[in-house]
Ligand binder design. Structure first.
Ligand SMILES: [Zn+2]
Length: 325
């Protein structure tokens, strides 16, 4: 896969360091990329691999995107670039042996070869020992790029032989700006909202900003408006509209616990406020959980009717006041 440094959001200092290494021809022979789920670890691994194999990389962009090496990477297969993922639950010794055999062959296009090892925490002890031997005496021109979300599970000897690259989540404002730049159709407020909900994780934000996800979110918001402001007649009508589609009812119930639980309670900065709020809403959250059980066997319309009556009763709390009794 092809990637350039500009495909990574935020993380300016990290990218500047890598750019410097490209410029001076000092890319390390082994990198370990550490970061939480959703931080673009894999994209970064591909960006470094692309920069290593590119014929004319630049300090700012990494791989040029135009040379024949970049062309092969874009096309999905470069003969000197190999990636391995866990086979089932683990990265196995057989995979490392195959990698070692591959590394012993001569490179095809340039003097360089790159091996990407994703989810490196899944290396079995045996595989890790086998890999360590390769790391200790790498064939000339060979580069290894590992990525992990759980560095503590890696053998310290592997850690100590890799240059560590920590990729961070972004600040909410920074992610919002990056999202807006990547998806110009997105309103700035919408981008900010997605950034907040994605907890600074670019991959999560990117998924949430995809047109399909966005359309879904907009219809969810409309539904939420209706539930928060409609009268009982309208809510009963809604139950009638939804009863045929159990998947949709299930989705609504999941959304309801998010809206009433996470958004109104845990999302608040003031913890004393949110503790009180969560206590007040707890019975409603239980009711929602119960409804999820009930719709498996009971008529969905009936379950929703009862739940909507309950929501009306709690509306005061949901909107910032007290429950009406
Ligand atoms: Zn290139």
């Amino acid at each position: 896969m092809f990637a350039a440094f500009k495909d990574i959001w935020g993380n300016q200092a990290l990218l500047a360091g890598l750019g410097k290494a490209v410029e001076t021809g000092k890319l390390a022979h082994a990198y370990l990329i550490m970061g939480a789920e959703g931080t673009q670890k894999e994209t970064l691994a591909h960006a470094i691999a692309s920069a290593i194999l590119c014929d004319a990389p630049t300090a700012t962009g990494g791989a040029c995107g135009h040379c024949s090496s970049c062309g092969f990477l874009r096309g999905g297969g470069h003969p000197d670039c190999h990636a391995i993922y866990p086979d089932g639950q683990s990265l196995k010794i057989e995979q490392i042996r195959a990698l070692r055999d591959e590394a012993s062959l001569h490179s095809f296009m340039s003097e360089k070869r790159v091996f990407l090892i994703f989810q490196a925490e899944a290396l079995t002890d045996q595989a890790a020992n086998g890999f360590l031997k390769l790391l200790e005496e790498p064939p000339a021109g060979t580069h290894f790029i590992l990525s992990t979300g759980q560095a503590a599970r890696l053998q310290p000897t592997i850690l100590s032989r890799c240059q560590i690259l920590k990729i961070d989540r972004l600040g909410i404002a920074e992610l919002g700006a990056a999202l807006h730049a990547a998806f110009p159709d997105l309103q700035p407020e919408e981008a900010a909202e997605i950034a907040r909900r994605s907890q600074g994780l670019p991959e999560r934000a990117r998924q949430a900003a995809a047109p399909e996800a966005l359309a879904r979110r907009q219809s969810d918001l409309a539904l939420r408006e209706r539930i928060m402001h409609g009268d009982l007649t309208d809510l009963f009508r809604l139950a009638e509209e939804m009863e045929k589609n159990k998947d949709e009812v299930e989705r609504l119930l999941i959304n309801l616990s998010d809206w009433f639980g996470t958004d109104l309670g845990l999302g608040q900065a003031d913890s004393s406020f949110s503790a009180g709020r969560i206590r007040a809403i707890a019975p409603l959250l239980e009711e929602i959980a119960l409804s999820r059980q009930l719709i498996k066997n009971v008529n969905a319309r009936l379950v929703l009717d009862v739940l909507f009556i309950e929501i009306l009763r709690f509306r005061g709390v949901l909107q910032g006041g007290r429950a009406s009794s």
